[in-house]
Design a protein around this ligand. Sequence first.
Ligand SMILES: [Zn+2]
Length: 61
Amino acid sequence: MKEKACKNCRLIIADNLCPECKTMSASDDWIGEVIIFDSSTSKIAKIMTIEKPGRYALRVR
Ligand SMILES: [Zn+2]
């Protein structure tokens, strides 16, 4: 089964419920994957406005 990504924060999740947003806003229509290790030094995290480390989708539709 393909993993899902949260439409709000773009976190890649296995479930429909996003643990960060506490909402059921998962989508399986997403592309790209970026892993943020340290959101305070990562330029990608800054551009994507990600504050917590984790796996994120580049684009969620
Ligand atoms: Zn979320």
